[in-house]
Design a protein around this ligand. Structure first.
Ligand SMILES: [Zn+2]
Length: 134
């Protein structure tokens, strides 16, 4: 059977490792609920059970995971009450930080922030929030 991922014009019989297709998976922003992020905000595996930030930038609320939710990186401690490390690698800190960032985004009018990624047609930020954080 022909390899559906083989580049056009190349035979898969050579045994060469073929590049898999780009993933179509989409991920939800932990701050605003935007659901079309090409990368997850955090990666988890056995070596990184606490999660490793992807530094993905949400085009909707402008949060960069690993920066805006990390007191050392962005220079603002969003959750001084949290015990322990105030970095994005501490799940307790970053969850508290996401909540603060979400409240801030809501209180400033749930604006679409980016210049590069166009706002989706008929974008409804309230519905987006309700879907992500029921
Ligand atoms: Zn967002």
């Amino acid at each position: 059977m022909a390899d559906p991922f083989a580049p056009v014009g190349l035979s898969s019989r050579s045994g060469a490792r073929l590049t898999p297709p780009m993933s179509n998976a989409r991920y939800v922003c932990l701050v605003c609920g935007y659901s079309d992020l090409p990368e997850p905000p955090y990666y988890f595996d056995s070596k990184r059970p606490e999660g490793e930030p992807s530094f993905e930038l949400c085009p909707c609320c402008d949060t960069q995971f690993g920066f805006d939710d990390d007191a050392g990186e962005c220079g603002e401690d969003l959750a001084p009450e949290v015990v322990g490390d105030h970095s994005s690698r501490n799940p307790a800190y970053r969850e508290a930080a996401h909540l603060v960032l979400r409240k801030r985004w809501v209180s400033t009018g749930m604006q679409w922030s980016d210049g590069c990624t166009r706002k989706p047609m008929e974008w409804d930020p309230s519905a987006q929030l309700r879907r992500a954080f029921p």
